[in-house]
Design a protein around this ligand. Sequence first.
Ligand code: ZN
Length: 270
Amino acid sequence: MTSWSISETENKLTIQVKTQNIQAVCPICNSTSDIVHSNYQRSLLDVSWGNYQVCLKLSTRKLFCSNSNCERRIFTQRLPKIAAPWARRTERLNIQLIKVGLAQGGLPGSRLTQHLGVKISRQTLLRLVMKMPLPSHPVPKVLGVDDWAYRKRHTYGTILVDLETRQPIDLLSDRTATTLAEWLQEHPGVEIISRDRAKAYKEGASRGCPEAIQIADRFHLLQNLAQMLEVVLNQHRTLLKNVEDETNNCPIIEDQKVVAQPKQSRNGSH
Ligand SMILES: [Zn+2]
């Protein structure tokens, strides 16, 4: 750090900092160079200090590549632990914003960050979240397959879930047999596939992973059972109404007497 200043009107802390290393590595050929071409300054937003927005004025260098065969003659000094090339925010601020975006979503997250000393639009917040690399998952032994709606009653995709870890592991662009079969062929090792009873998933699982055991998932079994019960009970609506009426008209005084007798017996009154 070389100097700093605070603006109370803007709630902003500006810190002048300078890179220490004279040498830098060319990003194209990896040759080390200390031949300075020029100095230049970058502005980077950093994590806030209290209610103050923090701006780093970073002095760094451009260098000539020492390798005469390299296609890059001049390169800028890289600071991978601090910020990506041409980035306007530090990596640690990006990580903080991604966590806000994941917890809050676009608009609420954007509103929250303003109270934390960082102004960022909801679109930028969502872009940061969407640029995150996807976590890698091992191929699950027990795979759950179900559809999900991009837009209900119009467009559907397929969600794949590791049922042992209860983690979603992939989204497929549609719910066709071919797409599921291709995924299973590219990810061998699934032993059990839990699915609904739609024809497409049955075909996809059979083509993509014929050795896997296919089972109907509990949600769809219960859903089918409930639908069937409704149909059956509707057929006997009149009979059920008669039973209900008889039950409502039945006196309950006799029941209370029956309940009272075992209590006397347990207390040893006989
Ligand atoms: Zn080079």
